[in-house]
Every structure is written in C-alpha cells, then in structure tokens.
Write a protein that binds this ligand. Structure first.
Ligand code: ZN
Length: 134
C-alpha cells in the first residue's frame, strides 16, 4: 500500500502513476480483467507489487517462467513508476517489450529498479515472461 492512500478506494489515485483513479486504471486488471496492452499489464503488475497482490502477480506470470512462490517485501515501498520504452505490445501484437524504472524506498534507503521486460499475448491475456535488470 502506498503511504498516502488514507482516503479510501473511491478517490485513490492508481499507484502506477497514470494519474487515473485506481478503480478505473489497474483496479479492474487486479480483479482479473485482461490487459489491452503489454504496458497496461506492466503497470498493473507494478501496482500489484505496490499493494502486495501476489495473486495478480502469479496470474499474469507466464507458466514457463513463473516462480513457485512470490515474496513481496512488506518493508519495501514502491514510490514511483516511469515507463522508459515500449516495443510492440499492442492489442494486435503477440509480443511486447516494456522498459521501466521503479523507484523504491526501504527505511532510509532509496533506489531505482530498471528492467526491460518481455511480454507475450496468449488469447486476450498479456503475460509477463522475463526481464533484463540494468
Ligand atoms: Zn494503474
């Protein structure tokens, strides 16, 4: 959970930084709606990390690379997401790449995770395959 979300679900800005409300951005995806693009899936997975939604992370991870267990560190706060690059990943593509920078804070430590992630579309669903951390 983001530290500034004390205002309740109805007015909560989406953690992914889109500027939209959570309920009209990543909320439906976390509830199981298919992501229309690889970037939307990537954003929803960031939001799932930020909210500790392990179920969504598992559901959107390709079976060939999905870890047996996913640990979400409660002490880690995801503060900001920036999309740096995207290749394909549209509604009519089969594959997509999204590069992002995710800023985190743990106690007094801060850092940025930068990853170039690969996604594939199977039917209506985009799935995360793997990524290169830089
Ligand atoms: Zn969102």
């Amino acid at each position: 959970m983001a530290p500034d979300d004390g205002s309740g679900q109805d007015t909560l800005r989406c953690p992914c930084g889109s500027g939209d409300l959570f309920r009209s951005c990543c909320g439906p995806l976390l509830d199981g709606a298919p992501a229309p693009t690889a970037e939307r899936l990537m954003r929803s997975r960031y939001t799932a990390f930020a909210r500790g939604d392990v179920r969504h992370l598992q559901a959107t991870w390709h079976p060939s690379t999905r870890p047996a267990t996913i640990d979400v560190d409660d002490g880690l706060v995801w503060r900001r997401l920036a999309i740096l690059d995207r290749v394909a990943g549209g509604p009519f593509d089969r594959e997509g790449v999204v590069e992002f920078a995710a800023s985190w804070q743990q106690g007094t430590e801060r850092g940025v995770l930068r990853e170039r992630s690969r996604f594939v579309r199977e039917g209506r669903s985009w799935l995360y395959v793997d990524g290169d951390v830089s």
